[in-house]
Design a protein. Structure first.
Ligand SMILES: [Zn+2]
Ligand SMILES: [Zn+2]
Length: 155
C-alpha cells in the first residue's frame, strides 16, 4: 500500500516542469493543476471548467482543453478514454495502469495492472494491427455499492 502511495504524481513541481520547457506558470494553469490534483483522480474537462468558473468566470472549455493537453504532453497528468468516448484526465499513478468503473456510482478506481501487456501488443501485431495506445477498463460494482446492495437485499 505504502509503495503505491509514493508513486502518485501529486507533488509534481509544476513551476519547474513548465520552466524547463520555457513556459510560464499562469494563474490559470496553476489553478487548473490545483483542481485536478485536489479533486478526484479521474476528472473530465467539463468538471474542471465548472470548478474554474468560481475564480475565472466565463473561462471557455477550449482553454481548459488546451491546458489539459499541455499537461498531458508534459507528462504531468495522463489521459484515458472511457467506453462512451469521454476523455478523463488521470492524476493518479504516473505509470500505466488499468481502471475499474462502478456501474452504480460511476466512480473510476485505479488498478495496478498493466492496461495493455507486451503480449497483447504482439497479438495485435500478428493480426496486422499497430497499437498506439490502449486502455483497460473493467466494469462492475464497487465495494461500497455492493455493501449497499446487500443491505437492501437483507432488509
Ligand atoms: Zn459504486
Ligand atoms: Zn488512474
Amino acid at each position: 500500500m505504502q509503495a503505491q502511495e509514493e508513486e502518485r504524481v501529486i507533488h509534481t513541481n509544476l513551476d519547474e516542469v513548465l520552466h524547463d520547457r520555457g513556459l510560464r506558470t499562469t494563474p490559470q494553469r496553476k489553478l487548473i493543476y490545483r483542481i485536478i490534483t485536489a479533486t478526484a483522480q479521474h476528472v473530465s474537462a467539463q468538471q474542471i471548467q465548472q470548478e474554474l468558473e468560481d475564480v475565472f468566470p466565463g473561462i471557455s472549455l477550449p482553454t481548459v482543453y488546451s491546458t489539459l493537453e499541455l499537461f498531458t504532453q508534459l507528462g504531468v497528468i495522463h489521459k484515458m478514454a472511457i467506453n462512451d468516448g469521454e476523455m478523463l484526465y488521470d492524476t493518479g499513478w504516473s505509470h500505466p495502469h488499468a481502471h475499474m468503473k462502478c456501474r452504480q456510482c460511476g466512480r473510476i478506481f485505479d488498478l495496478d495492472i498493466p492496461p495493455v501487456t507486451q503480449k497483447d501488443i504482439q497479438s495485435a501485431a500478428k493480426a496486422g494491427f499497430n497499437v498506439d495506445s490502449g486502455d483497460l477498463l473493467l466494469h462492475g460494482l464497487c465495494k461500497e455499492c455492493a455493501a449497499k446492495e446487500s443491505q437492501k437485499a437483507g432488509a
